[in-house]
Design a protein around this ligand. Sequence first.
Ligand SMILES: [Zn+2]
Ligand SMILES: [Zn+2]
Length: 432
Amino acid sequence: MVAAHRIVALIVAVLPLAAQAVKVRLADKGIVRVNLEEYVGWVLAGEAGGMKSDEALKAMAVVIRTYARANQTRHLAQGFNYCETTHCQDARVGAVTTRLRSAVDATEGVILWSNGRPATVFYTGHCGGRTAAASEIWPTARRAYLPSQEDTYCLSAGRNPWTAKLAWTDLSRILGLPGLQEMEVQSRTASGRALSLRTNRGLVSAERLHLLVGRDMGWNFMRSRNYEVEPAEKYAIFRGFGTGHGVGLCQIGAEQRGKAGFKWDQILQAYFPGTRAGISAQDIQWQVLRGERVDVWSAGAPGDETLPLKADKALAEAERLTGLKVAKRVVVRVYPNVSTYRDTTGESGKTAAVTRGRVIHMQPRTADALRHEMIHVVLGLNSRTPLALWLDEGLADYLTGGSTYPAERAKVDALVRKNSLQWVLDDREQIK
Ligand SMILES: [Zn+2]
Ligand SMILES: [Zn+2]
């Protein structure tokens, strides 16, 4: 008895995606190329170096990394990814202590996800007891996980009051409105931040005032939009509390939560409800196992080496069942765990696998689903336009004799009894 089958599985490549390289422009050294984790350490030093709680630092590392991922194209036209100022994130190259480094290492590669995409995140110095919804500050940044919510934790460290005294003459100059001498808050956002100001020269937007004063006097002067204006003879006196725009993670609140025993992922959950912390499929060290007509991307789980053979068999079976052919190579990606599968595909995690074009995305240990998924590949590649979900699933069930989608299967049974499969694929405008 000869060996039952040829071994065609062969490791052809280890894709080195472990750490992404980024380019940072430094004032003294010019553009330097470092890995993303190194840069996250620099920013942690610049933006959160004073934090005492290790868990809060880890939460910040995740937020910084997520922000960096989302904003990596900002300076692309200039030939780098990030500047070292608060325009991107404040990066302090020489200030990465062992403590900061271990907060980065403990969360290596982890970013926040929402429905299979990296989340849009922000952080603020001190929200003043209520965070601002993203949509209050930036109308296009509306996100369910960036709501306005109460933060009792930062308040336990005080309201962080501040006073900014601005001469009417300066205010007149900065706003380009000569003769200013009266100002009061006219309206506020849902979280209580100034939205518009009434003046003797008409209405002024609080956002515009904030930007112009920040550019002229520095960003530490008018520290938030949580304020009242008290008019005096020569000055407008702004009495406020909190620091920053108030959106997303409140750094003082995160620090207090860390001290109260929250873990870093619980801190993130509190400020970005509904998101999930996880690593990106980009960061998995994929091995490509080559079959005859199928490439299996494996994260190295034991048993994966049998998958190319199983996948080739499933593909041949799908071609036999449909009477259709596939000319392109098929890719099967087997994720190491449910979370990377969920993060990358945006699927709920209840499905074993999902097929997109000639790529099958699978959870680990779901080889049984291969035959069903290969049917989707064959149908998809032989169909001019995407199949409706009911038709796609109904056909896969019908052809494999499955019963995952009984209602869809029944509709397809009736259809295919009268028509050829090719007709079903080609004349779908007639199928309702
Ligand atoms: Zn920048
Ligand atoms: Zn807060």
